[in-house]
Design a protein around this ligand. Structure first.
Ligand code: G3P
Length: 215
């Protein structure tokens, strides 16, 4: 299973990439806007830090606008993936881009049908949103399991990026259900390495070691 970082914060990407467990990065217009920096500059910087796929989202609403934006963004680095919203126009764009060899990540997936349509259109990745589905009381885990079952049944090459991940239970459950990737906000990434008993254990070990050395 792969972990992507769901952030455009370059300092966080640098810090977490040193752990050797960040396989890619995903962004969206909200995430980019939080940094208050130029879109192209940030994406290029992230692509220089991470060798795996880096998703950059288009903002056009028509297929031709999306394709035009995508062709420009795709030239920024070899590891760019174009993030496209799940609409009919989006699928049209994915179909054109996939034939040009440009990788795509179809985002804002909330149903099995949407995922299936995106796979058929040639999406490299699909991003079902776990947290936002839970917000409306829908079983997000069923969606992940069903999408994985369809991929395996028909041999689609599309990979599932479990997105809108907000806590460790989300990460653990989507891992068990066969999401190829979980994209994780940097704050949560840090929390995933921690447990109060780990911290307490280290403190006790060090205290006992000091007592032993001083006797
Ligand atoms: O990966 C998608 C993510 O950025 C959205 O997360 O928490 O705003 O639903 P959230």
């Amino acid at each position: 299973m792969k972990f992507f970082l769901d952030t455009a914060n370059v300092e966080a990407i640098k810090r977490i990439s040193e752990l050797g467990i960040a396989d890619g990065v995903t962004t969206n217009p909200t995430i980019i806007s939080r940094e208050g920096r130029d879109f192209e500059t940030v994406i290029k910087e992230i692509c220089s830090l991470i060798s795996g796929p880096v998703s950059a989202e288009v903002t056009g609403l028509t297929a031709s606008e999306m394709v035009e934006e995508a062709r420009v963004i795709a030239k920024w680095a070899d590891n760019i993936v174009i993030k496209i919203p799940m609409t009919e126009e989006g699928l049209k764009a994915v179909n054109i881009l996939s034939k040009e060899g440009i990788k795509t990540n179809v985002t804002l997936i909330f149903t099995v049908s949407q995922g299936l349509m995106a796979m058929k259109a040639g999406a490299t990745f699909i991003s079902p949103f776990i947290g936002r589905l839970e917000d409306i009381g829908t079983d997000a885990y069923r969606l992940i399991a069903d999408l994985r079952q369809i991929i395996d049944l028909y041999g689609f090459t599309t990979e599932i990026i479990a997105a809108s991940i907000r806590n460790s239970t989300h990460v653990e459950k989507v891992a068990k259900l066969g999401a190829h990737i979980a994209t994780i906000p940097d704050g949560l990434f840090t929390k995933l390495t921690q447990h109060p008993l780990t911290a307490a254990g280290i403190e006790t070990f060090l205290k006992d070691w000091e007592t032993f050395k001083n006797n």
